[in-house]
Structure formats: structure tokens, C-alpha cells
Design a protein around this ligand. Structure first.
Ligand SMILES: Nc1ncnc2c1ncn2[C@@H]1O[C@H](COP(=O)(O)OP(=O)(O)O)[C@@H](O)[C@H]1O
Ligand SMILES: O=C(O)C1=C[C@@H](OP(=O)(O)O)[C@@H](O)[C@H](O)C1
Ligand SMILES: [Mg+2]
Length: 175
């Protein structure tokens, strides 16, 4: 079984992916962590030293490497992965893709204390931040909505989200 989780920064991809993998006894791969360990740099360091364009290239290469090498996994993508190259086509060809959909309001609340770890939003002032998230999500949604399955995650616990994902897995993966 190959499952990928996608959605905006802060939607819970990394958190849900890790828990879901442990529940389904599958290998967990976080695309950002994979890129970091491959390049021996944190994501903010890659953005600062190599720039976003190179990051997108590394992200694309890592995605292909994982999709070609691995048989069974839960893959948590980065928020931007579906929006570059034809990544979304590759993701849908190889995996059951799930969009974790969250409202701008909740994303803003969640991301506010965690902004500094995310280079695309780290520099934004308190005034700029909410408007940036709303606009950026509006652009990204077009890519996310190509996922095979869409799950609204607002006001749901991690446990509940995992239960719903498992219930909605395509047959014969349901357990
Ligand atoms: N269902 C949830 N309810 C409340 N907080 C959550 C939930 N899922 C994730 N979080 C929190 O939201 C933040 C962002 O989660 P993370 O997994 O890093 O998102 P992503 O990988 O999509 O950017 C983290 O602090 C995480 O603990
Ligand atoms: O949305 C984006 O373009 C990004 C999201 C991040 O991942 P998370 O969605 O896990 O924060 C990370 O890949 C990088 O900072 C760029
Ligand atoms: Mg993440």
C-alpha cells in the first residue's frame, strides 16, 4: 500500500503520516526529512544557501527516488510538492493521495507559533501573515484538489483523522 498525504503547511501531513504509519505498520517517509538527510542540511538552510528553485529540484528528485524504490509506505509531502513540475501526476500514478483540507483561519492559528521553521513564511510580519496564507492557499488549492481523496480535518483530533483515513481507504486496503 502506498499512501501520500498532501495539503498546505500546517495541515498536519507530518504528524498524521507518522501516526498513520505506526497504526498500519507501514514505513513512514517525510519528504522534507528525506531531502534534509540527503543534502545534509535543514530545509531553512537549503532555502538560504541554495534558494527555492534548487529546493524544488531536490524535492522533485527525492519524490521520484522514493516512488521508484519503495513498495509500501506512508509519504508525507511538503506543502508545495504538488504545485511544481508534474509532481501531482506522479503522486497520483503511484499512490493513493489524500488532501488534508483545513480552513485558512485554522492554518493561521496553527502556523503562527511555528512560522520560523518554514522559510516561505518566516519573514512575514504579523500584519502580512494572515493575508499571505489566504492568498497562497487559494493558489495551492487548485493542485491539492487533484488528490484522489479529500479529507476535511478542521476540529478533528489526530486519532479521529486517522480513523477516517483508514475507513475511507480503497478496498482491499481497508482494515
Ligand atoms: N489534528 C490536529 N489537531 C491539532 N493540531 C494538529 C493536528 N494535526 C497536526 N497538528 C499540529 O499542527 C502543527 C503542524 O503540523 P505538521 O504535521 O507539522 O503539518 P505539516 O507537515 O502539514 O506542515 C503541529 O504543531 C502539529 O502538532
Ligand atoms: O509549502 C511549501 O512550499 C513548503 C512546505 C514545507 O513543508 P510542510 O508543508 O510540511 O510545512 C517545506 O517543504 C518547505 O518549507 C516548503
Ligand atoms: Mg511537514
Amino acid at each position: 500500500m502506498k499512501i501520500s498525504l498532501l495539503g498546505y503547511m500546517g495541515s498536519g501531513k507530518s504528524t498524521i503520516g507518522k501516526e498513520l504509519a505506526s497504526k498500519l505498520n507501514l514505513k513512514f517517509i517525510d519528504l522534507d526529512k528525506f531531502i534534509s538527510s540527503k543534502h545534509q542540511k535543514s530545509i531553512p538552510e537549503i532555502f538560504a544557501t541554495d534558494g527555492e528553485i534548487k529546493f524544488r529540484k531536490y524535492e522533485r528528485e527525492a519524490l521520484i527516488e522514493i516512488l521508484e524504490a519503495e513498495e509500501n509506505f506512508i509519504l508525507s509531502l511538503g506543502g508545495g510538492t504538488p504545485a511544481y513540475y508534474d509532481n501531482m501526476d506522479l503522486i497520483n500514478q503511484a499512490t493513493h493521495s489524500i488532501y488534508l483540507r483545513l480552513t485558512p483561519k485554522e492554518l493561521i492559528e496553527r502556523l503562527r507559533p511555528e512560522k520560523s521553521s518554514r522559510p516561505l513564511i518566516a519573514h512575514l510580519s504579523d500584519e502580512e501573515f494572515p493575508e499571505f496564507i489566504a492568498k497562497h492557499l487559494f493558489e495551492r488549492r487548485n493542485f491539492y484538489e487533484n488528490a484522489k481523496s479529500i479529507l476535511a480535518v478542521q476540529e478533528k483530533s489526530v486519532k479521529k483523522i486517522i480513523e477516517e483515513i483508514i475507513l475511507n481507504l480503497p478496498h482491499p486496503h481497508r482494515i
